[in-house]
Design a protein around this ligand. Sequence first.
Ligand code: ZN
Length: 98
Amino acid sequence: MNRDLLRKQGRGCWICRAFGRDDTIDYELPAGDPGSFEADHLVPKAKGGTDALDNLDAAHRACNLWRRDKSVAEVLAIARRQRSASQGARRVRPTTDW
Ligand SMILES: [Zn+2]
């Protein structure tokens, strides 16, 4: 099963990676734990996605729950906004040079 293949590959969470966070998944965590591994359908099955390996990637359960029915493009757009916002915050951080 492709789910077991993902597990064997020890993949990181693609959603965390998009957000620039630590994408490490602890594959030892029991199913149902927010940090546990889930096989995420990139195109949801409800939208015609399949169980083929190229439609699956690893995600934390919590990230998968957060994503719900957002498309990959939406997730990447949110990640991009958040990353540029935090870069902006860094830019306007006051310096001690005054
Ligand atoms: Zn994650």
